[in-house]
Design a protein around this ligand. Structure first.
Ligand SMILES: NC(=O)C1=CN([C@@H]2O[C@H](COP(=O)(O)OP(=O)(O)OC[C@H]3O[C@@H](n4cnc5c(N)ncnc54)[C@H](OP(=O)(O)O)[C@@H]3O)[C@@H](O)[C@H]2O)C=CC1
Ligand SMILES: O=C(CO)COP(=O)(O)O
Length: 361
């Protein structure tokens, strides 16, 4: 088919990279997947299975794994980068000698670099200077994609060619790709929701109910929107798949690694033990630290991120933190309608005995 990409490269041999590689191959592309472990690459090519990250799923035989960057990138029209944030820049630098300006580069990674508070597509841009740059984000549990469960994602880029090519390369019967031109908002949504998935896993392990989970997710969305606005992003993006969509799935499913880390913490494991037991990346652990520090620096009110930070890194018991949050300052439901400051002002007036002045104008 003329509108279909012929060559797709995926950097990263983890669960998401593998699931996306297989989709592109299902769509008819010749796919090369780069991973650093030659033994795993050889096994994928032999058995069409990624025994380390997605052992139960058959990979399309048109995915060829390799630890040779030159071989993987040669002739690729689209390059998907599915490498955890801590190693992302390093791997992009390894790829640099074989990248070409006409290639489309797309990050699939939901994390933040500490130095400069950079999102992954900003790293792609900085390292390459190319113009076809985008991100993929949304409610995309890799295991469910591998099972071919009906799934939707968002490709975000201010470059229409990037959006269109990714929709062509990955859209299929079980994977629907929606377009956005708010790259920063989509990418921020994917990173921020990991924080609240840890909290949701923890709440579940502590026996908290569905009301609690619903409150947590909705207030998380309010907090994400507040942070986005403070950073100049469009909060409306958080109403889409990469915001509320991803928040729902990651805060609800034990297939989410961030949720699982939270659950293990709620069961009484230490953070180190929880991360060790997971054996894969849970980006939220690092993200909560970076976002909490950034929110403090910029004066953004983020009580959930602050609370989770104190539980994870300062030894505050989760139940005690939940109690403190429930007794926190009185607030507004939807701040875009009734500003939080107005609620607090009204409280101050009533407390000062000025009930008439506390009415809305
Ligand atoms: N899994 C999911 O459901 C989803 C994941 N994502 C995002 O995608 C990103 C990648 O995730 P995913 O595929 O799941 O990750 P995994 O944890 O499953 O795998 C990570 C992959 O990155 C490789 N890697 C890690 N460090 C390095 C390094 N220094 N150099 C080279 N390769 C390295 C690992 O190689 P090795 O095995 O050799 O360590 C492995 O192939 C994450 O940031 C996540 O937020 C987004 C949506 C869904
Ligand atoms: O982002 C994801 C689903 O959309 C995957 O979440 P985890 O990284 O927590 O597994």
């Amino acid at each position: 088919m003329s509108d279909q990409l012929k060559r797709v490269a995926v950097l990263g041999g983890g669960s998401f990279g593998t699931a996306l590689a297989s989709i592109a191959a299902d769509n008819g592309a010749e796919v090369r997947q780069w991973l650093r472990d030659p033994a795993l690459a050889a096994q994928i090519n032999r058995e069409h299975r990624n025994v380390r990250y997605l052992p139960d799923y058959a990979i399309n035989p048109n995915v060829r794994a390799s630890n040779d960057m030159a071989e993987v990138l040669a002739g690729a029209e689209l390059v998907l980068v599915a490498i955890p944030s801590q190693a992302f820049r390093d791997v992009v630098r390894q790829a640099l000698p074989w990248l070409e300006p006409e290639q489309i580069l797309v990050s699939t990674t939901k994390g933040i670099q500490e130095d400069g508070f950079k999102l992954m597509s900003q790293i792609l841009e900085e390292e390459t200077g190319f113009s076809h740059i985008g991100v993929i984000s949304g409610p995309n549990l890799a295991t469910e994609i591998a099972q071919k469960q009906l799934t939707a994602t968002v490709v975000a880029s201010d470059d229409a060619l990037t959006r269109t090519r990714v929709q062509q390369a990955l859209g299929c019967d079980y994977f629907r790709v929606y377009a956005s031109n708010d790259r920063y908002g989509v990418e921020l949504g994917g990173s921020l929701k990991n924080i609240y998935a840890i909290a949701a896993g923890m709440a579940a392990a502590l026996g908290m109910g569905e009301n609690t989970r619903s409150m947590l997710m909705t207030r998380a969305l309010a907090e994400m929107g507040r942070f986005a606005v403070a950073r100049g992003a469009n909060p409306m993006t958080f109403l889409g798949l990469a915001g509320v969509g991803d928040l729902i799935v990651t805060c609800s499913s034990s297939l989410s690694r961030n949720y699982r880390v939270g659950h293990a913490l709620g069961e009484g494991k230490t953070l180190d033990a929880a991360v060790e037991a997971l054996g894969q990346v849970a980006e939220g652990v690092n993200t909560v630290r970076l976002v909490r520090n950034k929110a403090r620096e910029e004066g953004v009110y983020m009580p959930l991120a602050e609370g989770l930070y104190q539980v994870l890194f300062e030894g505050v018991p989760a139940r005690e933190m939940a109690r403190l949050l429930m007794r926190g300052e009185q607030s507004s439901d939807v701040e875009f309608i009734l500003p939080r400051e107005d609620v607090q002002k009204a409280h101050r007036r009533v407390e000062a005995g000025d009930e008439g002045e506390a009415r809305d104008e």
